[in-house]
Design a protein around this ligand. Structure first.
Ligand code: COA
Ligand code: AMP
Length: 629
């Protein structure tokens, strides 16, 4: 397959293109309409078809005689464990777990929340839900109870599955007390909480609500339930511009077709190849390329419980590549920067034989050219930055290493549109801009299979947030440009979302938390450049008249509030008290200007600014603060 012809074919006749891809899957009932629209006018793929994603991930391979192949390698330096599961073994445990969940009353369409670190039981729980036609929603373990509670109330799960705890470096984080607190905060209550006990932490169980995860596995195995292609497989919450997360929905049919295609075309992986995705199952990357993509393709996936550094050292990724003969390593640029910081000369790589490695894929944030150059030189394999979002579920821009005549990656660029994606850069009026001009990155509809068909419980928000701004397009929320050679560059969000160590968080939500403090009159939270995490949040607050609270005391209270409400992963650590915030004459806070000031960039003073002198005051405050830090 040649890239240009494949991409052109996918846009010229999307239905014909994806119908051909769909034929590569084992459907229980083949679809009647490849592309149709639902009652809301939203595009849907493979209407009329029936299949089961867990069946495609496991049963199909076992039936084809590949049950003895390794499906999953659990590599956990934090617990000193390496454990492998063949396809047959994984099928067995998933089928029993599904039986156990069914005994708890879980059936087609019921929701199950999973709050676990990267342990095989989490993958088993996801696949067991899929097997029953139940809808899983994995919540990243770093989120605080209040965030978990919001998701519980939105998804209304019948069962919540959690681990007794996780391990952050060498620190034990008990999860069960967080779950108990979340359930106190939530209005909705699941019927059961299934707890996976761990050697290093045992959770207290409250009968009859709490059961052990192990007890689920004692059930008799159940077969995969064929469900409509458009049936939801999972909900994954992601940060929007407000405190209310968006429940991105993924369906069974389109998702399976798209991920199978991507494994081959984007990552160049064949059945039996090994992929190590150094992410968390709580993120879209983890869903697609730790769990579903590799298993749909019959690959071996490495599930890593640890960090790129200090577990035990910055060579841990290289050790895994060598030990498990990994072909594709996929992680976030921040992980590479963390490794580079601890091992700048890459000495640890020399301890390992990385001959198996074909490509390093990066996503989650833009790969800065310095990190790109360092990793390329160190590993001697192509480094591929590729762009995607929770909403898309798979890459929209990439260098597709499985296709031919693909231009080589270029530093700073996320590559070219992936087949199925008609990526455009638009101006504020929704018109395409010429090459070299920065604009809003949008994708012409219909989005290909695998992308979210809607938001859970909120089709109206789906339309308003993504489709309404530019009719006929999906608005990504990212800004960027295309160069004269067609390479696309994604330069960052154009909304109130920031990216901290590859984690997507809402500054709007942080502002809501700061604004709730009794001393705060108004505030702005900005994402400022950070050498390790890409961005970190900075809070600027204006005190109410008459407030005398010391800046350090206020900072401590606000930092604690964000940590309690969102979680430590927000890395909210700095607050600056300022006299005023710069605004337009219509009262809008000039966040972009503030960010430019904080990053020491050249500030373009907007003509609409109310009082330009405020910028000097804030600049002085930032410099005072930097001098103290
Ligand atoms: N459970 C509980 N707490 C968690 C957590 C989890 N799953 N994940 C992160 N946290 C906590 C950390 O313990 C830390 O807490 P602290 O402030 O008390 O120290 C805080 O959240 C910030 O975490 P993080 O930003 O991950 O910092 P770190 O120093 O632990 O690690 C990196 C830094 C760069 C090594 C790490 O962020 C990383 O591996 N990033 C890759 C990200 C990634 O894979 N993203 C997915 C997109 S592809
Ligand atoms: P998430 O939904 O958590 O996967 O985050 C998606 C956001 O991460 C995107 O909207 C981008 O802002 C950013 N992102 C992901 N991958 C890239 C990339 N390769 N280049 C630039 N930004 C990226």
């Amino acid at each position: 397959m040649h890239y240009a012809a494949t991409h052109a074919a996918s846009l010229a006749d999307p239905a014909a293109f994806w119908a051909q891809q769909a034929e590569l899957l084992a459907w229980d009932t083949p679809p009647t309409d490849t592309l149709s629209q639902d009652e809301n006018g939203h595009y849907r793929w493979f209407h009329g078809g029936k299949l089961n994603t867990a069946g495609l991930c496991l049963d199909v391979h076992v039936r084809a005689g590949r049950g003895g192949q390794t499906a999953l390698i659990y590599d956990s330096p934090v617990t000193n464990t390496v454990r492998t599961y063949t396809y047959a073994a994984l099928l067995d445990v998933v089928a029993r777990c599904a039986g156990g969940l069914r005994q708890l009353g879980v059936g087609v369409g019921d929701r199950v929340i999973i709050y676990m670190p990267n342990v095989p039981e989490a993958v088993v729980a996801m696949l067991a839900c899929a097997r029953l036609g139940a809808v899983h929603s994995v919540v990243f373990g770093g989120f605080a109870p209040a965030e978990l509670a919001v998701r519980i109330d939105d998804a209304r799960p019948k069962v919540l599955i959690c681990a007794a705890g996780g391990m952050e470096f060498d620190r034990i984080i008990p999860y069960k007390p967080l779950v108990d607190l979340a359930l106190e905060l939530a209005s909705h209550q699941p019927d059961f909480v299934a707890v996976m006990q761990r050697e290093f932490v045992t959770a207290e169980l409250q009968a009859p609500r709490d059961v052990t995860f192990a007890s689920l596995l004692a059930a008799a195995p159940v077969p995969a339930v064929p469900v409509p292609a458009t049936h939801p497989l999972y909900i994954l919450y992601t940060s929007g511009t407000t405190g209310r997360p968006k429940g991105v929905v993924r369906d069974h049919g389109g998702h399976a077709v798209a991920l199978r295609f991507s494994m081959e075309a984007v990552y160049g992986l064949a059945p039996g190849d090994v992929i190590f995705t150094g992410s968390d199952i709580g993120w879209a990357v983890g869903h697609s390329y730790i769990v579903y993509g590799p298993l749909l393709r019959g690959c071996t996936t490495v599930l890593f419980e640890g960090k790129p550094v200090r577990t035990p050292d910055a060579g841990t990724f290289w050790r895994i590549v060598a030990q498990h003969r990994v072909q594709v390593l996929f992680t976030a640029p921040t992980a590479i920067r963390a490794i580079k910081k601890e091992d700048p000369d890459g000495l640890l790589v020399r301890r390992y034989n990385l001959k198996s490695l074909r490509h390093l894929f990066l996503a989650g944030e833009r790969c800065d050219p310095a990190t790109y150059a360092w990793a390329s030189a160190l590993l001697g394999v192509p480094v591929v930055d590729h762009w995607w979002q929770t909403e898309s579920g798979w890459p929209m821009l990439a260098t597709l290493v499985g296709l031919q005549t693909m231009p080589a990656p270029r530093a700073g660029s996320a590559g070219f549109p992936v087949p199925g994606f008609d990526v455009q850069v638009l101006d504020e009026a929704g018109l395409p801009v010429p090459p070299g001009t920065t604009g809003l990155v949008a994708v012409r509809l219909p989005l290909p299979p695998g992308c979210f068909p809607t938001l859970w419980n909120d089709a109206a928000r789906f339309r308003e947030a993504y489709l309404a701004p530019f009719p006929g397009y999906y608005l990504s929320g990212d800004g960027g440009y295309r160069d004269a050679d067609g390479y696309c560059f994604i330069m960052g969000r154009v909304d109130d979302v920031i990216n901290i160590a590859g984690h997507r968080l809402s500054t709007g939500e942080m502002e809501e938390i700061l604004a709730a403090h009794p001393a705060v009159a108004e505030c702005a939270v900005l994402g400022v450049a950070d050498a390790l995490r890409g961005q970190v949040p900075l809070g600027l607050v204006v005190l109410k008249d008459g407030q005398t609270i010391a800046e350090t005391a206020l900072e401590a209270e606000l930092v604690a509030a964000v940590r309690t409400r969102i979680g430590a992963l927000a890395c909210f650590r700095t607050v600056l008290v300022v006299a005023r915030l710069p605004k337009t004459r219509s009262g809008k806070i000039l966040r972009k200007t503030l960010r430019q000031l904080a990053d020491g960039e050249a500030v373009v003073v907007p003509s609409t600014i109310d009082d330009p002198l405020i910028l000097d005051e804030i600049d002085a405050a930032l410099k005072r603060r930097a001098a103290v830090l």
